[in-house]
Design a protein around this ligand. Sequence first.
Ligand SMILES: [Zn+2]
Length: 356
Amino acid sequence: MNRHQMFKELTEAFGPSGYEDDVRKIMIRHLEATTEVSTDRLGSVVGFHEGDPRGPKVLIAGHMDEVGFMVKQVTKQGYINFLPVGGWWPQVLLSQRVKVRTRKGDFEGIIGSKPPHMMKDEERKKPPEMDNLFIDVGVVGEKGAAEIDARPGDPIVPVGDFSALENGVLAAKAWDNRIGCAVVAEMAADIKKGLKTHPNRLYLAASVQEEVGLRGARTLAGLIEPDIAIALDVSLAYDMPGGDSDAVEKFGSGAAILVSDSTMIPNIKLRNFVIDVAESEGIKYHLTSLRGGYDTGAIHTTKIGVPSLALGLPSRYIHSHVSAIYEEDYVALLELVKAVVKRLDAAKLTEIANFS
Ligand SMILES: [Zn+2]
């Protein structure tokens, strides 16, 4: 399987928060390259590989879940009212395709609303409200709805195909955060090839329920009790109309090192160490901050504290049906994580976690 095939499989997989089963199956297949695969009781999955039994426990994690929806109720006419799962901006929902998963299987539908022809002038000027949107799966009336057996709580995801655009730009749904899963998968593949030498106990993980509040990361940290943690996720690119032309965060600016987000201030020694590694290896990187949180927000306060850092890559149009990344930035992120893991040994942990 080449890299684009892996991207396609991961991004097109069904996996809203709490319903990550399909993505987990894919990740377990990748993580079988490690020596031991286990799960916690919320559904996060981790592959373990021992480089040095005296080395620190290093956790590298990306989340499997994507923003989606769930069935709120089915109307008498057979339409589905829905609730958001994760952060959505209703403007991006109109006329989009979705997949509803019920006990009878997967059903494709479209998010509908009244066409402008039926709206009064005032109504036409306003953005849509989520409450007024509905999903049309093509069934008619209660009897039709009974055939697909949609029930409150059934999960729904956007439908979107992976595609390579011009110039190394890759479009797909759910780059947030199958891109983190992809890095974890490629690191596991390196172990299989025997390429990985690392002076630590490495935990390659894929977490659940990040989009609803970093919930899987918390239990994952409980399972592993890591000494050092790095979360991988998307960060923002500002190089678009209406963005910020002065911003360093753009396609081609390499791996993102998060100096701050809404949930964590990173360990500064770990942050500086990662910057030094990027510079000595000639890996493109930039520093950024973000409103929002990464899995490390939940991990770093585990027990006595876990020195942590979040790494990302610039992304456009996230939390919608189609987002975009730049392949070279992905490669920079992958190379940076690999280079860091190669150097995280017992002495480095002492240096990073020493506050006396
Ligand atoms: Zn994310």
